[in-house]
Design a protein around this ligand. Structure first.
Ligand SMILES: [Ca+2]
Ligand SMILES: [Ca+2]
Length: 380
């Protein structure tokens, strides 16, 4: 998006295809993509607009897009975020207020916050019902429950906080600071990180640079090596006692390397299954099967599907007489994680079949993640 030229454009990752999608935007500011529904949303500060444009279904490459007003007649909308759970839109005014309204648009509702100063970086956490924003003028990152209540200073003492992004699985937030208040606040003109609740001191991720004004930030949460994953979820100064592959700091029974392999948070208990036994029917035959989460493209992980009839002897595809299991599907999930389904190579004659996933990684002992047995279904 170019602010003065009012153009929305894109580039492919190979830098080979440059496409102009929209022109004539009026001081566009901030852009959010609803990837599930393939809709782009943005603010146009000078025209007092929030608009959206639908992208064509995949695999079509978007060309010229059609913009549609979501809200109009606004006062300097500058940063926005989407709550796709509650179907609401939140935006900040380049001034004192923060507003919200239905994602489908219509009439903007009364401001939900009016005491800010040059509000920036509005972000919403729909799961915990919290709203976060930066106040450039007051040099602080603040939050408040969407439903109302006291405003909390999460990270005060900054210089010119501007762009903000939440890393909800890691319980962290990142912000950029343009450094133009020149009061010597924390990491001016840099990229910084802290906790959603401000419980530990802010960390410098990129040290302030004298010659630029970092404006906004987003996060690519994929990680294909343990050190990259570790630096996302733990403080940079965390000790090896907490961050080692064999450690289990959240005491949920999964070591850090298993949390890395399954895509679960290492400092919080996990919600939902990561490995489960299922049944697969193929060509009229029913097979016991396992469904598990795998980190796509990981350079330092090996996953083995292991089967047993008695929980004593385990076999996998490195055991003679195989193959013992066959991968039947891979479905992409969040953050570079995929759901893999693998079935037993043969329809079992045993009353029940046990599966487990063996995860191996350099410098760590092998970890197994068990499942409940798959019982042979009785014919009715
Ligand atoms: Ca753990
Ligand atoms: Ca955990």
């Amino acid at each position: 998006m170019t602010r003065s030229g009012g153009v929305l454009q894109s580039m492919d990752f190979a830098n080979a295809s440059y496409v102009q999608h929209l022109t004539g935007l009026s001081n566009p500011a901030d852009l959010r993509f609803d990837s599930a529904n393939r809709v782009l949303y943005w603010c146009e500060e000078s025209a007092g607009l929030i608009r959206k444009a639908a992208l064509p279904p995949l695999p079509a490459v978007p060309g010229t897009l059609t913009a549609q007003a979501v809200f109009s007649g606004l006062s300097s909308p500058y940063y926005l975020d989407l709550d796709l759970t509650g179907n609401r839109l939140f935006w900040g005014q380049n001034g004192t207020s923060i507003f919200s309204g239905p994602l489908t648009g219509g009439t903007a509702e009364p401001a939900i916050y009016t005491s800010g100063s040059d509000n920036r970086g509005v972000c919403v956490d729909p799961t915990r019902g919290m709203l976060y924003w930066a106040e450039r003028g007051n040099r602080v990152i603040r939050r408040r429950a969407i439903a109302g209540g006291a405003v909390q200073d999460v990270y005060p003492g900054l210089d010119t906080p501007h762009g903000l992004v939440l890393d909800l699985p890691a319980g962290k937030m990142y912000w950029v600071d343009t450094g133009t208040n020149n009061v010597g606040g924390f990491n001016a003109r840099g990229v910084s990180r802290g906790d959603l609740d401000g419980s530990t001191p802010a960390e410098v991720i990129v040290a302030g640079a004298a010659s630029n004004q970092p404006w906004d930030i987003d996060l690519d949460p994929r990680a294909t090596s343990y050190p990259v994953w570790r630096s996302r979820f733990f403080r940079l100064d965390a000790t090896a006692v907490v961050t080692a592959k064999s450690a289990d700091p959240d005491l949920d029974g999964l070591t850090n390397v298993a949390e890395y392999a399954l895509g679960t948070p290492p400092l919080r208990g996990n919600s939902g299954a990561t490995v489960e036994s299922v049944r697969v029917t193929e060509g009229g035959n029913e097979y016991p099967a396992v469904r598990f989460r795998r980190r796509a493209g990981a350079t330092d992980l090996t996953y083995r599907v292991q089967l047993s009839d008695d929980l004593a002897t385990w076999r996998d595809n490195s055991t003679p007489g195989g193959p013992h299991s066959v991968e039947v599907s891979v479905v992409a999930a969040e953050e570079g994680i995929e759901w893999v389904t693998a079935r037993a190579a043969t329809a079992t004659t045993q009353p029940q079949q046990y599966f487990r996933i063996l995860v191996e990684s350099p410098d760590a002992s092998a970890t197994t993640i068990p499942t409940k047995p798959v019982r042979k279904q009785r014919r009715r």
